[in-house]
Design a protein around this ligand. Structure first.
Ligand code: RB5
Length: 150
């Protein structure tokens, strides 16, 4: 599976470790965003990178990291068809797949440690969408997009 990962400067250090973890697990990683953790780099540009990779089909899933995860998740969710879940624990990451069919997992380097981040990633890639009544709800989100996205 191809996974796109990007961060701003505030998510840079965690992104390096996450990328290594994903590569060790056998994922093909498209890495983008801040080139280092010192120079300011907007979470908007990092979010665009992940959301475009996923919405174009270049990547099947994405991981988006900034300081809190808030800014970058807001950006990703501006893309039609993208469901980016901002998570702070494994349970949320699991549910983001089971109930919301999220394609992008977002979190913050200033919020979660490495252990929690990797636990969320494992849950995010292990869980499948449950469908059924949850599909009806996800379809409800798609209907909103049809009305409001040009
Ligand atoms: C950068 O300082 C910080 O604002 C950003 O990483 C993120 O937390 C925004 O939501």
């Amino acid at each position: 599976m191809v996974v796109s990962i990007a961060s701003d400067h505030a998510g840079y250090e965690l992104r390096q470790k996450v990328r290594k973890y994903l590569e060790e697990k056998g994922f093909e990683v498209l890495d983008g965003g801040a080139p280092n953790g010192t120079d300011s780099y907007s979470y908007v540009d990092a979010g665009i990178k992940v959301a475009e990779d996923v919405s174009s089909g270049k990547a099947e899933r994405g991981i988006a990291i900034c300081g809190t995860g808030i800014g970058i998740s807001l950006v990703c969710n501006k893309y039609k068809g993208i469901r980016c879940a901002l998570c702070t624990n494994e349970f949320m990451a699991k549910m983001s797949r089971q109930h919301n069919d999220a394609q992008i997992l977002a979190f913050g380097e200033r919020v979660v440690g490495l252990g929690v981040a990797l636990g969320m990633i494992d849950a995010f890639f292990e869980e499948e969408f449950a469908g059924g009544r949850h599909a009806t709800r996800v379809n409800g989100i798609k209907e909103i997009e049809e009305k409001h996205f040009k």
